[in-house]
Design a protein around this ligand. Structure first.
Ligand code: XMP
Ligand code: MG
Length: 176
C-alpha cells in the first residue's frame, strides 16, 4: 500500500493561525503565569509554536495518554502512560491538544485534572473534527475545524510516521 499526503493547511496557514491563537490567549490571560499541559506526542509541535508567541511567564509539563494504538479510530478508554511532573493545584492551566475527534480522550482527562484543583483550566486544540464527536467536548481555543478525514503532520501521525511534516495533510492510500 502506497501512502500519499495531500496538503490541507500549509505551513504558513498553520503558523499564522497559531499566532492568532496566541494573540487571543495573550489578550485573555495578560501577564498571569500560565502552565501549558502538552499531551504527548501529537501536541508537541503545536505547543512549541504556540509557546513561542506567548508573552506571560510560561511553564510546560507533559502528559501521555493512550486511546489509540495504531488504528485510526478511538477505543473509548484512556490510560495514563506518563503523568505530569508538577502539581497543578492553584495553577492556571492550558491543556494543549493536537486534535479533538470523538471527544473521549478529553472527556476522561479533563475531570481527572480538575480533581487536582487548578486555579483555572482551559483547552486549546489545533484541530477539531466536530462531525466525529460522540461525547460533548468543546475547546476554548480551536485552530481549525476540519471535515471527517484522517490527518497527519504538525505532530499528528499515522503509525508514528509523518509527525515532522511542517504542514497538516490528509493521507491517501493507494493499492500497488
Ligand atoms: P478523541 O477521539 O479521543 O481523539 O477525541 C483524540 C486523539 O485521537 C487522535 N486522532 C488523530 N490522530 N490523525 C491523527 O494523527 C487524525 O486524524 C486523528 N483523529 C484523532 C489524536 O491522537 C488525538 O489526540
Ligand atoms: Mg493525541
Amino acid at each position: 500500500m502506497k501512502e500519499i499526503v495531500h496538503v490541507m493547511f500549509s505551513r504558513e496557514q498553520v503558523e499564522n493561525r497559531i499566532k492568532e491563537m496566541a494573540d487571543q490567549i495573550n489578550e485573555e490571560y495578560g501577564m498571569k503565569p500560565l502552565r501549558l499541559i502538552c499531551i504527548l506526542k501529537g501536541s508537541v509541535f503545536f505547543s512549541c509554536e504556540l509557546a513561542k508567541h506567548l508573552k506571560m511567564p510560561v511553564t510546560i509539563d507533559f502528559m501521555s495518554v493512550s486511546s489509540y494504538g495504531n488504528s485510526t479510530s478511538s477505543s473509548g478508554k484512556i490510560t495514563i502512560k506518563k503523568d505530569l511532573e508538577q502539581s497543578i493545584q492553584g495553577v492556571d492551566c492550558l491543556l494543549i491538544e493536537d486534535i479533538i475527534d470523538t471527544g473521549y480522550t478529553l472527556s476522561m482527562l479533563k475531570p481527572m485534572l480538575l480533581e487536582r484543583k487548578p486555579e483555572s483550566f482551559k483547552i486549546c486544540t489545533l484541530l477539531n473534527k466536530p462531525d466525529r464527536r460522540e461525547v460533548e467536548m468543546e475547546a476554548d481555543y480551536t485552530g481549525f475545524s476540519i471535515p471527517d478525514e484522517f490527518v497527519v503532520g504538525y505532530g499528528l501521525d499515522y503509525a508514528q510516521k509523518y509527525r515532522n511534516l511542517p504542514f497538516v495533510g490528509t493521507l491517501e492510500f493507494i493499492e500497488e
